[in-house]
Write a protein that binds this ligand. Structure first.
Ligand SMILES: Nc1nc2c(ncn2[C@@H]2O[C@H](COP(=O)(O)OP(=O)(O)OP(=O)(O)O)[C@@H](O)[C@H]2O)c(=O)[nH]1
Ligand SMILES: [Mg+2]
Length: 332
């Protein structure tokens, strides 16, 4: 499962395993630091969920305990069906005597929650050159911000070259905003005039990446509601134009979902994935909500891999999603 940036991306770079083994001690330190930060980022959900769960799991286990646990998980937006299956399983295992209360029960809960969110397609394949990543989503969910952070991490952690395509031509301010991120991330950008065809900007960006030997192109798009059929159709057109420029592209379509929108995010993910070929979810603004359980609900109920999580507004506030780290940061 992805834990670090290098695990999230599938690359041709050799020798990765050796490098990781050599840096093991340093790696563990680093992971501990990252986990601490994740716990801080998720503090709102943890405060809401963690104390209730701990109170429940360490108390006498009876009918009432399981109800309280279910309520806490549902309040944190883990989702009704995911919650029901996890709690039922836990109850059964306690009944069979395989787990007892307290620490072991807490560990088992973390494991079960993490299991529901695992997905085998949880990597981002950047072996194609250039790899085209398309960012889509509802207005204000964090597409542009995520692109800036992703570009920065790709260059810094993997040393690949990145070019941004400003295909949100709907507002002039959108291009300016992406230009700001390109500057911060230290990468180049292809823009078009306000009101121009988003497909043609995407086409140009991919063409330039090809001629300039760039590794990864990330294309921004205008926000749209999943209920706006015409705008969803426009997205399909952007995809076709990109595919015409480069066979097999876009290789990755990332849907940003704002965690603070709760269960509506599930619906967005469903519709976008039906019409826009979503291959991964970026769950943003997890730092600002007490309902971070939505990450688990999306991953388990839609079967879509959550690949990245946004935990703030700065360049470094984007992380690969790790179900186990995530569940642990929420619960304990
Ligand atoms: N706290 C927090 N804020 C975030 C995060 N991601 C994005 N934001 C903020 O959310 C707001 C919207 O982000 P944008 O990146 O502009 O969203 P967008 O999807 O590109 O919006 P449109 O282009 O208008 O559709 C900005 O104020 C961001 O700073 C996050 O992970 N945490
Ligand atoms: Mg934007």
């Amino acid at each position: 499962m992805p834990r670090e940036w290098a695990d999230l991306f599938l690359t041709d770079a050799p020798g990765r395993a050796t490098a990781v083994a050599v840096a093991d001690v340093e790696g563990r330190e680093r992971r501990r630091g990252l986990f601490r930060r994740l716990r801080e980022n998720l503090s709102k959900t943890r405060q809401a969920l963690g104390s209730e769960i701990q109170a429940t799991l360490f108390a006498k286990l009876d009918e009432h305990t399981w109800e309280r646990l279910e309520e806490a998980l549902i309040m944190a937006d883990v989702g009704a069906s995911t919650t029901a299956s996890v709690v039922e399983r836990l109850e059964t295992e306690v009944g069979e005597g395989t787990v007892n209360s307290g620490e072991a029960l807490s560990e088992r809960l973390i494991e079960l929650l993490a299991d529901t969110a695992r997905n085998e397609n949880d990597q981002i394949d950047i072996r194609a050159k250039p790899t085209v990543i398309l960012a889509v989503g509802v207005n204000g969910t964090g597409k542009t911000t995520t692109i800036g952070k992703l570009a920065w991490h790709l260059q810094k952690e993997l040393g690949v070259s990145v070019l941004l395509g400003a295909a949100d031509t709907f507002r002039a301010a959108a291009t300016e905003q992406l230009e700001g991120w390109a500057q911060r991330a230290g990468c180049e950008i292809v823009t078009g005039p306000e009101g121009s065809d988003p497909g043609s900007v995407a086409f140009d960006a991919v063409a330039q990446a090809r001629s300039r030997d760039i590794d990864v192109v990330i294309v921004d798009t205008a926000g749209r509601l999943h209920t706006q059929d015409d705008l969803m159709g426009e997205l399909a057109k952007v995809r076709r134009v990109i595919a015409r420029q480069l066979e097999g592209a876009p290789h990755e379509t990332l849907l940003t979902v704002d965690a603070t929108t709760g269960q509506n995010g599930l619906r967005q993910a469903q519709v976008f994935s039906e019409t826009a070929g979503v291959s991964g979810i970026v769950l943003t603004k997890l730092d600002g909500t007490a309902r971070g359980g939505i990450a688990l609900a999306i991953a388990s109920e839609l079967g879509l891999p959550v690949k990245l999580i946004g935990v703030g507004e700065q360049l470094e506030d984007l992380r690969p999603f790790d179900p186990e780290d995530f569940a642990r940061a929420l619960v304990s």
